[in-house]
Design a protein. Structure first.
Length: 111
């Protein structure tokens, strides 16, 4: 798993690559925590290169989403591959987190 960040058009874009599961969920959580310390009022989780996410990874995303809401930071996820999109749908995360087809769509939605 690799997490990179980029400031793009006023949004903090967090790109996650590889797999997020029980073995690396703590590192994923720490990477997200460090990323939002960079600031910004809009966060986009770009999962285009995320090949798998387990319940441990979903738990990290849920905690992250709650933290962003507490801090009044707008956020969305984008570019989920079909298998990851299915996991989000089955777990109900697609009802909790705004999901967009592309980074461009997510940026437009966040304003």
């Amino acid at each position: 798993m690799q997490v990179t960040t980029e400031n793009k058009n006023g949004s903090l874009v967090i790109v996650t690559e590889g797999r997020v599961d029980g073995s690396n969920a703590p590192e994923f959580q720490e990477a997200l925590k460090e990323a939002i310390q960079e600031g910004g009022q809009k966060v986009i989780l770009d999962f285009e290169h995320l090949s798998y996410i387990s319940s441990a990874g979903l738990r990290v995303i849920l905690m992250f989403a709650k933290q962003l809401r507490r801090e009044n930071i707008s956020f969305a996820a984008c570019s989920l591959i079909a298998s990851v999109k299915d996991i989000f749908a089955i777990s109900g995360f697609d009802k909790i987190i705004p999901i967009h087809e592309s980074q461009k769509e997510a940026m437009a939605a966040l304003g």
